[in-house]
Write a protein that binds this ligand. Structure first.
Ligand SMILES: Nc1ncnc2c1ncn2[C@@H]1O[C@H](COP(=O)(O)OP(=O)(O)OP(=O)(O)O)[C@@H](O)[C@H]1O
Ligand SMILES: [Mg+2]
Length: 809
């Protein structure tokens, strides 16, 4: 393993010498953290944008960073074409047969040639099959195909569901979410609507707003129904009918209904929900490269989907903790039309918000386009890195330079003259990188991509790739609601008496567990008696700084047996104690109340029993990572804990890498300065030594250490240089200069060795994804349990005509 793989840097290629027209030996290592301020990749067709961005995604995956890719052309699916064996037979099913024919080769011969090209291409960039294997092991690649079954289908049903709390609590984000959802939906039915002017937009936004604020989810069917009978009678100051008559509304109803009824639309409703947390990681917590292929969609469908996806990413992101390290990448190839300078398509708003806010959450955006004219540079003034490739026309060049100029006005660094000169002479796969985190722009050639860049894949090819994966991992179903144990209904039978709950002594209070859902037809509602216990339990563990309060509510049947209440039979009730109702639902039948329940002094005994039972039974089991000294949060499952640990480990690693940089940059700078002086001295002596100078320069430049501390050395070296010159008096200077080049070279080699052993220590850390956790069990002390309620409770059941009972709560 190359040392740079431990350091949170992405290997993007080699520094390029424009005058010599070839790549130098110096690696171009990009600090992964820099991507949290987003990257933009511009260049004409064939300039190598997709190749570069695919390499960035590969690097991110190797570093355990998941990504979401939006693929309008079909060539990002190439990320599934990774063949560690690099054999012709691996390539054969994926080669472009036309290319083979044109070259007059049989498919087999052409595949062998392609494999050879890839093998030697990778080798010339210091890569091999082992690195491809590492990529494959690091992340799972999946192709999602919204509106189609060829890849993993995606259900958009949830998109009209009430958003996460992080969005609901932020009125601006909520407004944006509603507006984007409505605009993209209207776009889908062919209505281009202005959010402020259009009746359709205003009405749909109102309907969604009312539903979500009331805590209700919507789906398309409900939306259509509510356009017919809206939940409001007024819009602004106008009454609904004069604002938008029911006759006119019917046109909208028809349009939406036609959409819903169209044969293709069903495909949009089946598949995995657009749940970003589930999409970014596998069920075991391994990162994913999630490719959303939208090549098969129409323009309005693409706009609809991209807007939805961006919204979902935004919602997920806002629920994450802040971080300074890269957490996830969102890459869109060909953003033409999605982030234009003047128009306002539905995709633009969520993209703008992401560009502004994602940094704090470690979510990096990577956007590529061949068209520098169609870009909102103001929005992109936040972009920290520009990868600029060859541009076709002077107009494109001028527009890009203007754009970068205006973006830089916001505080970025940009030297127009310098960049202009460079842009004219870039070849393919050669990019100018303007990174605000670095001192100067850098020209580099992109490394060979590990994925086989065979060009766009067809739907059938995507199906071939995805079918085995779909078969092996069926679409995950949502967790089924835990069904309450039927034992509570034990007392309910044909003896159930109609009417009101029995009259009780005034010091016995009774509650009713709220009903869930409506009455199934032909069923009767029956209340069964039980005892409810509610308690607040404090779990604390000073060593791991856990301090958490759990509110529990349990219900247990009360019977006529010798021991009427046995808490061991209790089941947890998913209703907070305060939500228990004081009056029963209408038209219910009450089961007979065991006599023990009407004796008030029994309740204090049951309370004591409840307390004792809680003390013996309550515990929380937390997971503990021995290597990272972290403990899972109460309620956090293993997958989420492992995902959180990966980010935690990455943050720590980035911090340590930064420390390494701080430590080594001045050391290299000093040695380089001394080397320069020594070389000057030697240079005077012999002509032969000149050769020695070149050799040394190369051997230093190409070390990983040099590349890792990288361009940062340039500025720090000059500062160090000034310091060195000032500090050294003339005589010392002379003696330094007398040092042999060999001696300094030796010191540099030692420094390199020291650096290598330090980075080795970095990689010895245990992988949070596979580490075996310990269990930390926390039990409450007696004093940590406070009983809030022990009382009679009535539990509702539906009883059908056959007498079968199902819980109604
Ligand atoms: N990093 C790379 N490794 C190997 N081959 C590459 C790499 N980058 C580009 N290529 C080759 O060059 C071709 C064109 O590059 P690429 O598709 O990246 O261009 P592009 O800038 O994305 O063009 P377009 O704007 O048309 O999408 C690729 O099909 C591939 O054959
Ligand atoms: Mg491309």
């Amino acid at each position: 393993m190359e040392d740079f793989e431990k350091l949170g840097v992405f290997y993007l290629g080699r520094v390029y010498d424009l005058s010599a027209n070839k790549a130098k030996d110096d690696l171009l290592l990009y600090d992964s953290k820099d991507l949290t301020t987003h990257g933009v990749c511009v260049g004409m067709t064939g300039s190598g944008k997709t190749g570069l961005c695919i390499s960035i995604i590969e690097e991110a995956a190797i570093d355990g960073v998941p990504s979401i890719l939006i693929d309008p052309k079909g060539d990002l699916a190439n990320l599934m074409l990774t063949f560690p064996d690099l054999k012709g037979e691996n390539f054969l099913p994926w080669i472009n047969l036309d290319d083979a024919r044109q070259k007059g080769l049989s498919a087999e011969d052409y595949a062998n040639k392609q494999a050879e090209t890839w093998k030697s291409g990778l080798a010339s960039w210091g890569e091999d099959g082992a690195r491809i294997q590492r990529l494959k092991d690091a992340a799972e690649v999946l192709i999602y195909t919204p509106g189609s079954n060829s890849g993993m289908p995606v259900s958009i049903l949830k998109s009209f569901a009430k958003p996460e709390a992080a969005i609901m609590d932020d009125s601006e984000l909520l407004r944006e979410r509603i507006s984007t959802t409505v605009s993209s939906l209207l776009g889908l039915v062919g209505i281009e609507a202005d959010p402020i002017q259009s009746r359709e937009h205003i009405l749909l936004s109102t309907i969604i707003d009312v539903a979500w604020r009331a805590g209700r989810d919507l789906d398309l069917a409900a939306l259509i129904q509510q356009v017919q009978t809206p939940p409001v009678t007024k819009i602004g100051v106008l009454d609904l009918e004069s604002f938008y008559s029911s006759k006119d509304r019917f046109t909208l109803v028809m349009a939406l209904n036609n959409l819903l009824a169209s044969p293709g639309f069903n495909a949009w409703l089946q598949g995995v929900p657009l749940d970003i947390g589930q999409i970014l990681y596998t069920p075991s917590g391994k990162p994913r490269i999630a490719i959303f292929s939208i090549a098969h969609l129409s323009d309005p469908e693409r706009m609809f989907f991209v807007s939805l996806l961006m919204n979902q990413i935004l919602g997920w992101m806002r629920g994450q903790s802040g971080t300074t390290s890269l957490r996830a990448l969102v890459y869109m190839d060909e953003i033409f039309g999605f982030l234009p300078p003047t128009a306002n398509p539905p995709s633009k708003m969520p993209m703008l918000t992401l560009l502004k806010q994602a940094r704090a959450f470690g979510v990096g955006m990577l956007l590529a386009t061949q068209n520098p004219v169609d870009l909102d540079y103001k929005a992109l003034s936040n972009a920290g890195t520009w990868f600029i490739g060859r541009l076709q026309t002077e107009r494109d060049k001028a527009r890009l330079l203007d754009g970068l100029d205006s973006a830089a006005a916001g505080g970025g660094k940009f030297d127009r003259k310098q960049v202009e000169g460079i842009l004219s002479s870039l070849g393919s796969r050669v990019f100018l990188m303007n990174n605000t985190h670095e001192d100067a722009p850098e020209i580099f050639q992109t490394r060979w991509a590990m994925s086989y860049l065979r060009g766009p894949l067809t739907r059938d090819q995507i199906k071939t790739l995805m079918d085995p994966i779909k078969a092996a991992a069926p679409v995950p179903s949502g967790s089924s609601p835990s069904s309450p144990t039927a034992s509570l209904a034990a007392g309910v039978g044909p003896t159930a008496a109609a009417g009101q709950p029995p009259a009780l002594a005034p010091d016995i209070s009774q509650f009713f567990i709220p009903l869930r859902g409506g009455l199934p037809s032909g069923s009767k509602l029956i209340y069964a008696p039980g005892i409810v216990g509610a308690a607040k339990i404090n779990f604390s563990n000073s060593k791991s700084k856990i301090e958490t309060v759990k509110n529990v509510v349990y219900a247990v049947p009360v019977t006529d047996d010798a021991i009427p209440v046995v808490w061991e039979n209790a089941s947890e009730v998913d209703v907070p104690a305060n939500d228990l109702e004081k009056t029963p639902a209408k038209d219910a039948i009450f089961a007979a109340l065991p006599s023990a329940a009407s004796i008030s002094k029994n309740y204090s005994g049951w309370e004591k029993d409840f307390d004792t039972w809680l003390y013996g039974s309550q515990r929380i089991d937390l997971l503990q990572s021995p290597s990272l000294k972290q403990v899972s949060n109460p309620g956090e499952d293993e997958r989420d804990f492992r995902i959180r640990l990966q980010q935690f480990a990455r943050e720590q690693r980035d911090e340590m890498a930064e420390d390494l940089r701080k430590k080594y940059v001045p050391k290299i700078a000093t040695l380089q300065e001394r080397l320069r002086k020594a070389e000057q001295a030697v240079e005077k002596q012999t002509e032969q030594a000149k050769k020695a100078k070149i050799n040394t320069a190369i051997s230093i430049g190409s070390t990983i250490l040099g590349a890792f501390t990288g361009r940062r050395v340039v500025s720090q070296a000059s500062t160090a240089m000034r310091g060195v010159t000032r500090a050294m008096d003339e005589s010392k200077d002379v003696s330094r200069a007398g040092e042999t080049v060999d001696a300094i070279q030796k010191q540099l080699t030692d420094l390199q060795a020291e650096f290598e052993s330090e980075t080795a220590a970095l990689s010895e850390r245990i992988d949070p994804l596979s580490e075996t956790f310990e269990t930390l069990t926390i039990k409450p002390k007696k004093a940590d349990i406070s009983i809030q309620l022990v009382s009679l409770v009535w539990t509702p059941y539906w009883q059908d005509a056959q007498g079968k009972q199902t819980p109604a709560w």
